[in-house]
Design a protein around this ligand. Structure first.
Ligand code: SF4
Length: 437
């Protein structure tokens, strides 16, 4: 068996899944480096002898991607290209016992709350003094800020509470310390994430504190954009809208996953809100901040979803005209409430419904984008891609929303900087334009 001479202990962290996993990997990376251990994130040069995979266990497709990644590195280990393989994150939290038997090449499996023992295995000590400080793996001008862990909601289809536990807010002073640290190191855009950001503080004080937290974050001088993701519709804290309206730094942007609109489906999904209440909430938000960009996520194919439920959803999406919309197909997940129901919508019909809803959204997005032609927007540039500088407006969150493409010919932009861009052409999801003074 061929073994390569490689540098002792060069660790590479691989992250799968959502932005919350990205933050966990960044915390792990920071802890390792603080222990003077040679570690990197998603660095694919083949001198790494230890691989840590931070997995996702949310739905079938994500689980499969995690397992394929583990099997890929298991093969490299068998070939002697790597020495140690460790797995952490949601898939490991959820299926550790089964996977330990099925994939013996993995040296150890760690759950979502086992950072200290993972560090220990990697020859590092957990450093409390690092709380609030971390390297970021995103471009240096934007970062995710995880404000809480876990979730108390009983959504029928969701396995996240099984993997992330009960809702636990991060203390406010720690969040502010982390945000100041990130801002001092060049972050201009902060994206607030949790399973439900609008529930923030309830477990600490019994009251929703997200509006207060946003106000305090807006006081941090270097920050220019503060963006709120993963808000929850039921009992939505309306004071968030006041703070958003009053603070220029807080993006007029709200990510609010609704999942469905028919009352039968909202009930079956245990979302704790009715169609009428959702429509009233959307109206209230738009009355308060007419220029707001609303992003939502819908789930199609949940057990019991009838044609009439889906038609009602299509009608609602056509009428509500969300600026940004993503669609998931239902995944039959063990130990969730819905697992006890019959998965009676075929995969073919789930996919057909998801495509139909995205077609509706594509046209809504194009119509909205065409209205932006000739107008000028503040754009934050993220990268260069081929002949274009790629950036985003305040209405676009990284990795999930639209982009602004500015030709490198006759334009000059610095990555990480803002510039004014006049839109010349609209596409279904993206905009084209030139930098103006
Ligand atoms: S709010 Fe619902 S869907 Fe979101 S993480 Fe919590 S249980 Fe899952």
């Amino acid at each position: 068996m061929k073994t390569k001479t490689i540098f002792k202990n060069k660790i590479n962290i691989i992250t799968l899944g959502c932005s919350k996993n990205v933050v966990d990997s960044e915390v792990l990376l920071s802890q390792l480096r603080a222990n003077k251990i040679n570690a990197s994130h998603e660095n694919h040069d083949n001198n790494n002898n230890i691989i840590v995979i931070n997995t996702c266990g949310f739905i079938e497709s994500a689980k499969q991607e995690s397992i394929n990644t583990i099997l890929h590195y298991s093969k490299l280990k068998k070939k002697g290209d790597i020495e140690k393989l460790y797995v952490t994150g949601c898939l490991s939290q959820r299926y550790k016992d089964e996977l330990t038997k099925e994939i013996p090449e993995v040296d150890s499996w760690f759950g979502t709350f086992e950072l200290p023992s993972l560090l220990n295995k990697l020859g590092a000590d957990y450093k409390h003094e690092l709380l609030g400080e971390r390297f970021i793996s995103t471009p240096s001008h934007f970062a995710y800020l995880k404000i809480a862990e876990g979730c108390n909601h009983p959504c029928s289809f969701c396995a996240i509470p099984l993997m992330r536990g009960k809702y636990k807010s991060k203390p406010e002073d720690l969040i502010i310390k982390e945000a100041k640290h990130l801002a001092k190191n060049g972050v201009k855009e902060l994206i607030l994430i949790a399973q439900d950001t609008t529930y923030y503080g309830t477990d600490l004080t019994g009251k929703k504190q997200i509006a207060q937290l946003l106000s305090k974050l807006a006081e941090i001088e270097q920050l220019e954009w503060i963006r709120l993701h993963y808000s929850y519709p039921s009992h939505f804290p309306l004071d968030v809208l006041n703070v958003m309206k009053e603070n220029e730094k807080i993006c007029k942007y709200l990510d609010i996953p609704l999942q469905h609109i028919s009352d039968d489906m909202l009930k079956a999904m245990r979302r704790g809100i009715s169609k009428r209440a959702i429509e009233e909430l959307i109206d209230k938000i738009r009355q308060k901040i007419p220029e707001i960009t609303l992003r939502t996520t819908m789930l199609v194919g949940h057990p019991g979803e009838k044609d009439r439920d889906f038609e009602e959803l299509v009608e609602f999406v056509e009428k509500s005209k969300f600026s940004r919309l993503g669609v998931f197909t239902y995944s039959h997940e063990e130990n969730t409430h819905a697992f006890g129901l019959k998965d009676d919508v075929s995969q073919k019909l789930k996919t057909k419904r998801a495509e139909e809803l995205m077609n509706v959204q594509q046209n809504i997005s194009l119509t909205e984008n065409i209205k932006k032609e000739g107008k000028t927007f503040k754009v934050l540039f993220d990268r260069i891609d081929g002949d274009y500088f790629i950036g985003r407006t305040e209405a676009d969150s990284p990795e999930v929303d639209n982009e602004v493409l500015v030709p490198t010919k006759n334009n000059y932009a610095r990555i990480g900087d803002f510039a004014k861009v006049k839109i010349t052409k609209a596409d279904f999801f993206d905009l084209y334009g030139n930098i103006v003074k």
